[in-house]
Write a protein that binds this ligand. Structure first.
Ligand code: THU
Length: 142
């Protein structure tokens, strides 16, 4: 899949929409789906998984990342990720939360690894993972 093209990007968004249908979100009623293209060429999808103890909720993005790492190990890298959301069935703008930005950056293939999502004006935003988290926390050894 070439996410440099509109077709590739739209395919990734479509897979994120499929993943959204699996969301477990009885508390917020916000369903989120993510689809990420790994450097290996494989696609990993994820949805948000809520819990009655709200703080235990896992976002869609991190579900997808953790699936990728658990399949590929340390070599897992993100080339691009698409995120979509709805609330009670209606389209809902989404922007990756701070925790997910830090986790996504950890596994970015390069500073140009891309993130696609719909902003509050319903406009499709394309940003690099480094743009999403400027001045990220890093360890001197990394
Ligand atoms: N959520 C995500 O899955 N990804 C984000 O980037 C932001 C928020 C989920 C968590 C929770 O289940 C619901 O959206 C409402 O916060």
């Amino acid at each position: 899949m070439d996410i440099g093209t509109e077709v590739g990007r739209d395919k990734l968004i479509e897979q994120a929409r499929d993943a959204l249908s699996k969301a477990y979100s009885p508390y917020s009623r916000v369903s989120v789906g993510a689809a990420l293209l790994a450097a290996s060429g494989k696609i990993y999808t994820g949805c948000n998984v809520e819990n009655v103890s709200f703080g235990l909720t896992n976002c869609a993005e991190r579900t997808a990342v953790f699936k990728g790492v658990s399949e590929e190990g340390e070599s897992f890298k993100i080339a691009a990720i698409a995120i979509v959301a709805n609330r009670d069935g209606a389209r809902f703008s989404i922007s990756p939360c701070g925790a997910c930005r830090q986790v996504l950056l950890e596994f970015a293939q390069s500073s140009g690894s891309l993130c696609f999502f719909l902003n509050s004006d319903d406009v499709l935003v394309t940003k690099s993972l480094t743009e999403l988290l400027p001045d990220a926390f890093i360890l001197p050894t990394k």
